[in-house]
Design a protein. Structure first.
Length: 335
């Protein structure tokens, strides 16, 4: 029969062996921990430790990050073409319009929203082989020169003045009317240079007159976009295609129709692409606007500052407004 030892005797032996092992490894453990401190041993407890806090680099404020130069500068307002600059200074108050010049208008006016009508009596250049510099003998049909002062034989200062034919003021302060059809009358001038017209989208609160003159701020690209708009307008005739497709408005009604196109030009002004951005819901009106752009291109002397350096193109929008009553407008659309 085998003699068995009590279980607590073995447990005591294991505990004793564990204590002896920890005592033996204690010096070695301190040395191993020292290897982990790359900066050397820690200072003594009675020493002074200086701690420095390093500031993290400042991150730029998103609101202060300068934006990259806009590759396709947009108009800071609605583009208009002035017929007359009355005061070439920036407007005192805010204005929704931009143009080729700063302008302060004493009384804002707009020319009729119609196609300008060319003059019916253009000035002739030369005649019968002459170069136009030689004097021409006067004819009986030539208009007689007018006197700037009243003359009892030709005008009565008390005669009513034609409001559409303003004459000069005499020394007495009364207007001296010019005979109808005379070279100095407004009617004769309109007959010679044509009736005014504009495609600018100017508010209806502005009085209609013979010319467009409103408060506007100068925009350096206004001249180019005015040329583009005027060139397109020469070939845009929505009233003609509408008359041939829906003259009485039975198919599409009589509401105002708006077409918006995105036009892409090459840097030399030739047309790269024109696409429909917003439809008028009348296909022939959309196509008329697209065809007018295609026919008017290319557009001369585009400013290099308009070229997108990424695409090499000049891209912008134009809006086309057709009103059933015959008032049509083209304006550069702010994207």
């Amino acid at each position: 029969m085998r003699d068995e030892s009590p279980p607590y005797a073995m447990l005591a032996a294991v505990l004793a062996a564990s204590v002896l092992m920890h005592v033996a490894l204690l010096p070695l453990g301190d040395e191993v921990l020292g290897w982990a401190w790359e900066s050397g041993t820690l200072p003594a407890a009675e020493g002074i430790m200086e701690v420095s806090l390093l500031e993290a680099p400042d991150e730029p404020d998103p609101d202060e990050i300068p934006e990259e130069a806009e590759p396709k500068p947009d108009a800071p307002g609605k583009l208009v073409q002035l017929d007359r600059v009355t005061d070439e200074r920036p407007p005192e108050n805010d204005t929704p319009y931009v143009s080729e010049f700063d302008n302060r208008a004493a009384r804002p006016t707009r020319a009729p929203n119609v196609h300008p009508t060319p003059g019916s009596s253009p000035t002739p250049v030369g005649d019968n082989g002459r170069n136009g510099n030689e004097p021409v003998a006067p004819s009986e049909n030539d208009p007689k020169p007018l006197s700037l002062l009243p003359d009892a034989s030709t005008a009565n200062a008390d005669d009513p003045v034609d409001p559409d034919d303003k004459g000069e003021l005499s020394s007495g302060g009364k207007a001296v009317p010019s005979p109808a059809g005379s070279p100095g009358s407004r009617k004769a001038i309109r007959d010679a240079i044509g009736n005014p017209g504009s495609f600018d989208d100017i508010g209806r609160d502005v009085d209609e007159d013979d010319e467009t003159s409103v408060d506007s701020k100068r925009w350096k690209f206004a001249s180019f976009f005015n040329r583009v708009r005027n060139g397109i307008a020469q070939h845009w005739h929505p009233e003609v295609v509408h008359a041939s497709n829906d003259p009485d408005g039975r198919r599409f009604g009589t509401k105002t129709r708006r077409t918006r196109l995105i036009i892409s030009l090459n840097k030399d002004g030739s047309l790269s692409r024109v696409r429909l951005d917003a439809s008028s819901d009348v296909d022939y009106l959309d196509e008329e606007a697209i065809q007018a752009v295609r026919t008017a291109a290319p557009f001369a002397n585009p400013p290099p500052g308009l070229v997108d350096p990424t695409t090499g193109l000049i891209e912008f929008s134009f809006g086309f407004i057709f009103e059933f009553g015959g008032t049509n407008r083209i304006f550069r659309y702010q994207r």
